[in-house]
Design a protein around this ligand. Structure first.
Ligand code: FES
Length: 160
């Protein structure tokens, strides 16, 4: 599922948690996410990409964390276990590839390794229709104790 070059005017935002502290780290030391956010802010960001720091993305055990988003029409992603010393270039490359899409969906092989291996979550765009739900069937299923799966994800997205 490829994507054509972006016509989207929506800005792409790298939102970095500046407050997580890896287990065992010195509580007085500068947080790695703060270092990552500052380095990204000082880097030559891809066109249309901005960076901001926030306090907590609720993925605290996966420090450093960041959220990659680009408006209501794009998928967004949360990545974790990021290292400000080794992942800066990959994050910039991944953000550039993401910004070049209208949907936020970058083909698997075109993503930097850190975006392939360290995704915590992907969030569909709000404009994407959801799976058709059947509340009546759910109430019947729960009374019967069924735990059968409903629908498999599209194969193209299953690698996320
Ligand atoms: S403190 Fe960083 S994700 Fe919670």
């Amino acid at each position: 599922m490829g994507d054509t070059p972006s016509q989207s005017p929506e800005p792409v935002v790298l939102t970095v948690c500046t407050t997580c502290r890896p287990e065992g780290a010195d509580p007085e030391a500068i947080r790695p996410g703060r270092i990552l956010a500052d380095r990204l802010a000082g880097a030559p960001l891809p066109e249309g990409v901005t960076v901001r720091g926030v306090e907590c993305l609720s993925a605290c055990s996966r420090s450093c964390t960041l959220h990659l988003s680009g408006g209501p029409e794009r998928w967004s992603y949360i990545y974790g276990d990021l290292d400000p010393d080794t992942h800066l270039d990959d994050i910039l490359a991944g953000a550039a590839a993401y910004a070049a899409t209208d949907t936020g969906f970058v083909p698997w092989r075109e993503r930097p390794v850190v975006f392939r291996k360290q995704s915590i979550a992907r969030i569909p765009p709000v404009s994407m229709p959801g799976v058709e739900l059947s509340p009546a069937a759910a109430s019947n299923a729960s009374s019967e104790g069924s735990d059968a799966p409903t629908e498999m994800p599209p194969a193209a997205l299953a690698q996320d």
